[in-house]
Design a protein around this ligand. Structure first.
Ligand SMILES: C[S@@+](CC[C@H](N)C(=O)[O-])C[C@H]1O[C@@H](n2cnc3c(N)ncnc32)[C@H](O)[C@@H]1O
Length: 221
């Protein structure tokens, strides 16, 4: 606990308690996480955490998402969490560059019964974003791809977002590197720059949450 008592640090036991006390035990998502770990090893760490997935589903349902975009799909975990919140006729556009990784996602979309709501576009997400029709506003965007393009993704989705729509940005704490001046990698600088920018961006209401590796939630004003 900090001196003013407003946050606590998690250790492994407390984290397990937290996960056990939310609705984070979906068997299909657990199987997907296990398969990704077994097949891809360390790279599976890119997948969002279970409680983050549940949080994203609840947020998406709460705002009645009908049109969503995900930038960085990997093996499909977060996309299933978003797609499950969509009503009949709702759409999720998934952007990724990896045919290999998204092949896993395709299998699990079918098993989750959400394949009919998802369109996968393989290719650099900035190119895909340029092709989106202007008159079809987004309700929700999840940004979780290459960090050097985070600011460009933010601007591109904000321009297409309806008022009241949400932009969720992953890895905003970057394992703590955002406050370590010794870390000056391109990814770290890009995340820091976007975090600094959003902190004073009047076009959104924003909150940075200590969910997993840090999640910023922006609501378009
Ligand atoms: C952190 S992972 C996404 C994890 C995913 N959201 C999940 O929860 O399982 C990042 C993904 O971004 C993809 N990616 C990297 N550069 C990209 C680009 N320029 N355009 C689109 N996707 C890209 C990678 O192929 C990778 O699958």
């Amino acid at each position: 606990m900090t001196p003013d008592g407003k946050f606590i640090a998690l250790d492994g036991r407390l984290y397990d308690y937290l996960v056990a006390h939310g609705h984070n035990t979906d068997p299909l998502l657990r199987e997907l996480a296990a398969e990704t770990r077994a097949k891809l090893g360390r790279v599976s760490g890119m997948q969002i955490a279970p409680e983050q997935g549940t949080f994203m589903t609840i947020l998406a349902r709460a705002i009645g998402v009908r049109s969503a975009i995900e930038i960085g799909t990997f093996a499909g975990y977060s996309s299933i969490c978003i797609a499950r919140a969509l009503p009949t006729g709702g759409r999720l556009l998934c952007c990724d560059v990896s045919e290999e990784w998204t092949a896993i996602a395709r299998r699990y979309w079918a098993r989750a019964g959400v394949a009919d709501r998802i369109t996968l576009r393989l290719g650099p997400a900035l190119e895909t974003l340029k092709t989106l029709p202007a008159g079809d506003p987004l309700d929700l965007a999840f940004i979780d791809a290459d960090k050097s393009n985070y600011r460009a993704y933010y601007e591109a989705v904000l321009a297409r977002m309806r008022t009241g729509g949400l932009i969720l940005i992953d890895n905003v704490l970057w394992n703590g590197a955002v406050i370590d001046p010794a870390v000056q990698t391109e990814d770290t600088r890009a995340i820091r720059a976007l975090n600094d920018f959003i902190a004073t961006d009047q076009r959104v209401e924003a909150v940075m949450l200590p969910v997993a590796d840090g999640l910023t939630v922006c609501r378009k004003c």
